[in-house]
Write a protein that binds this ligand. Structure first.
Ligand SMILES: CC(C)(COP(=O)(O)OP(=O)(O)OC[C@H]1O[C@@H](n2cnc3c(N)ncnc32)[C@H](O)[C@@H]1OP(=O)(O)O)[C@@H](O)C(=O)NCCC(=O)NCCS
Length: 139
C-alpha cells in the first residue's frame, strides 16, 4: 500500500479521523482555526482517503506541544504513526538550530505511552520533580 504524506488536511477529514479514534468532533470553524494555527502538520493519505494526522502547536520560542496524533484504526500497526512522529522530529530538529534548549510536550492517551517512549519521551510523573500532566475540558 502506498501512503502519501502531506502538510494539510481539510477540517471535515480531520474531524472524521477524530471521531474514528473515538475523540470529540469539533465545529468546522474551530477545526479550521486550529489547523490553520498549527506550527507543523502532517497527514497520511491512502489515495483520496485520509488515514492519519499529527500536528504541533508552538510558541516557536522553546515550547512545542505534539497533539492530535491519530491513525485510522484499520491502518494502525503499519508504521504510519512512526513515520508521522519521525517527520515531526525532523521538523523539531530544524527548529532547534540556534536554540540552546527546547521543551517538547505531549499528553499520551492511556496505553500509548510506550509508543512515544521509543522517541525519547519520558512518562510523568517520573524522575525529579515531575508531577502528572493535567488538562481540563471547558464545555
Ligand atoms: C498510537 C498510534 C498513533 C500509533 O500509530 P501506528 O501507526 O499504529 O503505530 P506504528 O505502526 O508506527 O507503530 C510503531 C511502533 O509502535 C508500537 N506501537 C504502536 N501502538 C502502540 C501502543 N499503543 N503502545 C505501545 N506500542 C505501540 C508498534 O508495535 C510499533 O513497534 P515496532 O516498530 O517495534 O513494531 C495509533 O495507534 C493511534 O492512532 N491510536 C488511536 C489514537 C490515539 O490514541 N492516539 C494517541 C493519542 S496520544
Amino acid at each position: 500500500m502506498d501512503i502519501i504524506y502531506k502538510h494539510e488536511i481539510p477540517a471535515a477529514e480531520y474531524n472524521g479521523l477524530r471521531t474514528g479514534a473515538g475523540w470529540r468532533s469539533l465545529s468546522l470553524e474551530q477545526a479550521e482555526t486550529g489547523l490553520r494555527n498549527a506550527s507543523y502538520l502532517i497527514s497520511a493519505w491512502d489515495g483520496e482517503r485520509p488515514v492519519g494526522v499529527a500536528r504541533v502547536i508552538s510558541d516557536r520560542g522553546y515550547i512545542y506541544l505534539i497533539v492530535d496524533v491519530i491513525v485510522a484504526p484499520e491502518y494502525q500497526g503499519q508504521g504510519i504513526g512512526t513515520r508521522m512522529i519521525s517527520s515531526i522530529e525532523e521538523w523539531l530538529a530544524q527548529e532547534k538550530e540556534g536554540k540552546p534548549t527546547m521543551m517538547v510536550y505531549l499528553m499520551a492517551a492511556e496505553g500509548k505511552e510506550s509508543f512515544y517512549e521509543q522517541f525519547g519521551f519520558k512518562r510523568r510523573p517520573g524522575e525529579g520533580h515531575t508531577g502528572a500532566g493535567m488538562t481540563k475540558w471547558m464545555d
